[in-house]
Write a protein that binds this ligand. Structure first.
Ligand SMILES: [Zn+2]
Length: 406
């Protein structure tokens, strides 16, 4: 498969506006359908409360999809990131040149960040990373519970393989909970249709059509969501809690994009489970693969706002305030204008525009707000975060970031 060519995988008429309309229409109809369902009482989880080793510090890692410096931290880009640049930058340790020197495809990029080693596995997440993830280090070395480690993601190029490596002595037994909220929402809607929980047959037929459209369109990474894939390794109780939360969100008027849903589910997980290590992967910006610059920029603005809202949750949630470090970074940039790969559509050029972006660190690891010009690499993050969580030193191609209080 050619890596994220926009054209051939786009079903429906392929125009961004029709995709956007279809998404909104789906959410509207899904809300109508789910409004008729009786929900079980939301059950508060107690898992993960038991003491485990470590520093007592918490880490929230926000990964942003592919955005260029030109559309973000550049004079022309600042208007797209008002919260990151005006509200958060003044408190941050800001790395102005954070580099992806590995594979600039989603699964590999995120795996490299999470393992501290450049990963070259399947682009579509069919194979797990080959060296231990931060989740496995944290759980195996310090006895942290599964419910202390989460990945919540909108990105369709990820699979549940992102939660644990194939390394011997580690693996899924030490892995994270991995949640794809949009996929779970689709599964919840499909279940509701199957169970016939709506009396309005006309509406039901319409929503079935919209569900099919939803599964087939918006397919900009060359992968579709499938209902069957929604089942994963998650504990049934945990899964039930998340399902309920999603249904409540949709019933309450519904989030309007994949990233909105990812944010709402992440916040719910913070409130219900208080994980000590939470990874949130936004990806509305990846609509760029359709070629709509306006929608790509709208995705940046959404990510900017949701990242700020996550920081607000950290500052106001008793389990997180004063003991949390939040790191925000793109997976990579995007290709330069005028490139043979269609510029911002893609992220596969071996060019500075694609490899060099930025990283922002907020919270307890920040000694003093500063801008750091020296180049750092994505593989430096994992040993740094492992240190913050209290893990002993790990094998990594990266090195701890010396500007942070680890
Ligand atoms: Zn992409």
């Amino acid at each position: 498969m050619t890596f994220d060519e926009p054209g051939p995988y786009v079903i429906s008429d392929g125009s961004p506006s029709s995709v956007d309309h279809s998404k909104r229409e789906f959410l509207r109809l899904a809300a109508a359908l789910l409004a008729g369902m009786n929900l079980p009482q939301l059950c508060l989880a107690e898992a993960g409360r038991q003491g485990a080793g470590g520093s007592g510090q918490r880490v929230v890692l926000v990964i942003f999809g592919g955005v260029r410096r030109a559309e973000t931290f550049s004079p022309a880009g600042l208007e797209n990131i008002p919260h990151l640049s005006a509200d958060l930058l003044p408190k941050a340790a800001f790395y102005a040149n954070a580099r992806n020197d590995g594979v600039t495809a989603h699964f590999n990029a995120i795996s490299s960040i999470l393992t501290g080693n450049w990963q070259r596995v399947d682009d579509w997440g069919k194979l797990a990373p080959t060296t231990p993830t931060l989740f496995e280090q944290f759980r195996k070395r310090l006895g942290a519970a599964r419910s202390d480690t989460w990945v919540v993601a909108s990105n369709k190029a990820l699979t549940s393989q992102i939660g644990a490596s194939s390394a011997s002595d580690y693996g899924p037994g030490f892995g994270a909970n991995v949640v794809f909220p949009k996929q779970l929402m689709i599964a919840a809607v499909a279940n509701a249709i199957r169970a016939g929980r709506t009396r309005d047959m006309a509406n039901r037929a319409k929503i079935e059509t919209e569900l099919e459209n939803m599964l087939e369109s918006g397919n900009y990474e060359g992968l579709g969501w499938t209902v069957a894939d929604a089942a994963n390794q998650m504990d049934p109780h945990v899964r039930g809690t998340i399902d309920d939360a999603i249904i409540r969100f949709v019933r309450g008027g519904g989030p309007t994009s994949g990233d909105e849903l990812t944010f709402l589910v992440s916040r719910e997980i913070m409130r219900q489970f208080s994980p000590r290590l939470l990874v949130v992967v936004f990806s509305d910006v990846e609509v760029a693969h359709f070629g709509s610059y306006a929608m790509h920029v709208a995705g940046i603005r959404t990510g900017d706002r949701l990242t700020y809202q996550l920081w607000h949750e950290i500052e106001s949630n008793f389990e997180y305030q004063g003991k949390t470090t939040m790191i925000v970074l793109p997976e990579f940039g995007r290709d330069p204008d005028g490139s043979t790969t269609n510029g911002f559509f893609n992220h596969r050029s071996d060019a500075e525009s694609t490899r060099s972006t930025w990283a922002m660190v907020l919270g307890t690891a920040v000694d003093k707000p500063q801008i750091i010009d020296r180049p750092v690499r994505h593989v430096d993050l994992c040993p740094t975060l492992a240190g913050l969580l209290g893990c002993p030193p790990m094998e990594s191609q990266g090195s701890q970031l010396i500007e942070l209080r680890v």
